[in-house]
Design a protein around this ligand. Structure first.
Ligand code: NAD
Length: 366
C-alpha cells in the first residue's frame, strides 16, 4: 500500500474544522484508490504562539521539510492582533514560503453556473470560465532590497526594489508551460514590458522557453489591459503566468469570476521534486474566519479543493483528485450550502455530502 506523508497544520479559527473535513475526504479517496496517508499534525500561527511563543516552531518546519506535501488551514485572529505584538500568526506564512522555497503560487478559478447570483459578472460573461493563475511567489518587489524609508536633505523618501534573476524567471515560466500542456494549451504571460526592465527580461525568457513547448500557444499581455479583460472576457484565458505583485492583485480580482473568495483553493509549489510529484503547500485562500470559528458553520469546500490539488500535484493521485473535485462540483451544484453561499447548512452536512459522493463512487464497478 502506498503511504503518503503529509504535514498537516490546522492553525487557528475555522482552520481545524475545515482541515478535519479535508482529511476525511482524502482518507475516503485513499480507501477507494489504494493509498494511505500518514498525517503529521503540528501547530502553526496563533495556536503555536500560545503553545510555544512563536508562530512557526522549528518542529513544525522540520515536519514540513520531511513530508511529501503540507496541508494548511488558516492562521490569525483578533486575540493575536495587538499593535504591540512582538510576533504575529501571519509571520508563519511568509516563514513557510521562504524556508520551503515555495516559488510558485497556483490559483485555479472556475465559474460554476450554480453561483451566478454570487458573482458580480453577468452569467453570459462568466459562463465557461476556467483558468489557472500562476504567480511567482518568492521574488520581485516583496523581497527585493534595498527596501525602506529615509530622509535626505530634509526630504523623506522610500524605496522598493523589483529584482528578478534569470533562473527565477525561468523556473516559474517553465512550470507554467508544463501546466498549460496539461490543460488547454494556452499561456498568457502578463508583464509591464513597456515600462519595466524586469518585464523585458521576463518576456525574453518566456519567448526562449516557448520554443521548447510547441504545443502551447503563447501570448504576451500588459498587466493593465489584463486587469480589464479578466473581468470582461474571462473565458479567453487558460493559464496566466506573472510576477509576484501583478499575480497578487490579479488572483484576488479573478475571485470575482468564481463568485466567492471562500471557494478558492491554492497550491504553493517548491523546488523539490519527489517520486510522486513536486513538493508543495496547499491551503484555502480564505482566512481563519474567527467570527464563525467553533460553531460548525465553516464552508470546507475550499480546503477540500486544496486537498485535491495536493493529491494531483504532490502525491501523484490523479484519480483521487478527480473524485474530490467532482464531489466539490456536485456540492456546489446541488449539495447543502453554508451561510457564505446563501444557505443555512452546517459544515457537517457538507462533509457528509462530500463523503457520500466520494464513497458512493467506490461501489461503482471499474
Ligand atoms: P476571512 O477570509 O477569514 O473572512 C472573511 C469573511 O468570509 C468573514 O465573514 C468570514 O466569516 C467569511 N469566511 C471566510 N472563510 C469562510 C469559510 N470557509 N466558510 C464560511 N465563511 C467564511 O478574512 P478576514 O476576516 O479578513 O481575516 C480573519 C483572520 O484571518 C485575520 O487574522 C487574517 O489575518 C487571517 N487571514 C489568514 C489567511 C491565511 O491563513 N492564509 C488569509 C487571509 C486572512
Amino acid at each position: 500500500m502506498i503511504q503518503h506523508r503529509v504535514a498537516v497544520l490546522p492553525g487557528d479559527g475555522i482552520g481545524p474544522e475545515v482541515i478535519a473535513v479535508a482529511r476525511r475526504c482524502v482518507e475516503a479517496a485513499g480507501r477507494r484508490f489504494g493509498f494511505e496517508t500518514d498525517w503529521d499534525e503540528r501547530t502553526v500561527g496563533g495556536t503555536a504562539i500560545d503553545a510555544v511563543g512563536m508562530p512557526l516552531p522549528p518542529d513544525t518546519l522540520e515536519a514540513c521539510r520531511a513530508a511529501d506535501a503540507v496541508l494548511l488551514g488558516a492562521v490569525g485572529g483578533p486575540q493575536w492582533d495587538h499593535p504591540s505584538a512582538r510576533v504575529r500568526p501571519e509571520d508563519a506564512l511568509l516563514g513557510l514560503r521562504s524556508a520551503l522555497e515555495l516559488f510558485a503560487n497556483l490559483r485555479p478559478v472556475v465559474s460554476h453556473p450554480a453561483l451566478d447570483a454570487a458573482s458580480p459578472l453577468r452569467p453570459e460573461v462568466r459562463a465557461g470560465a476556467d483558468l489557472l493563475i500562476v504567480r511567482e511567489l518568492t521574488g520581485g518587489l516583496y523581497f527585493g532590497r534595498p527596501q525602506g524609508r529615509s530622509v535626505t536633505d530634509g526630504v523623506e523618501w522610500v524605496v522598493d526594489t523589483l529584482h528578478y534573476t534569470r533562473p527565477e524567471i525561468e523556473r516559474i515560466v517553465e512550470l507554467a508551460f508544463e501546466l498549460a500542456e496539461g490543460r488547454h494549451g494556452h499561456l498568457t504571460s502578463v508583464d509591464k514590458a513597456n515600462v519595466l526592465a524586469s518585464s523585458r527580461l521576463w518576456r525574453e525568457v518566456t519567448d526562449e522557453i516557448s520554443a521548447r513547448h510547441p504545443s502551447v500557444t503563447l501570448e504576451h499581455a500588459l498587466v493593465d489591459s489584463t486587469a480589464y479583460l479578466l473581468l470582461t472576457q474571462p473565458t479567453r484565458y487558460d493559464v496566466i503566468v506573472t510576477e509576484n505583485l501583478f499575480g497578487d492583485i490579479l488572483s484576488d480580482e479573478a475571485a470575482a469570476i468564481a463568485g466567492s473568495l471562500g471557494l478558492l483553493a491554492s497550491a504553493s509549489l517548491g523546488t523539490r521534486v519527489t517520486d510522486t510529484g513536486r513538493f508543495g503547500m496547499y491551503e484555502p485562500v480564505h482566512g481563519s474566519a474567527p467570527g464563525i470559528a467553533g460553531r460548525g458553520l465553516a464552508n470546507p469546500l475550499a480546503t477540500v479543493a486544496s486537498a485535491a490539488l495536493m493529491l494531483r500535484l504532490s502525491l501523484g493521485e490523479a484519480d483521487a483528485a478527480d473524485a474530490l473535485d467532482t464531489a466539490v462540483d456536485e456540492a456546489i451544484a446541488h449539495g447543502p450550502r453554508t451561510a457564505d453561499l446563501g444557505g443555512d447548512d452546517g459544515t457537517e452536512a457538507v462533509a457528509s455530502f462530500l463523503l457520500a459522493r466520494i464513497e458512493a463512487r467506490a461501489e461503482v464497478p471499474a
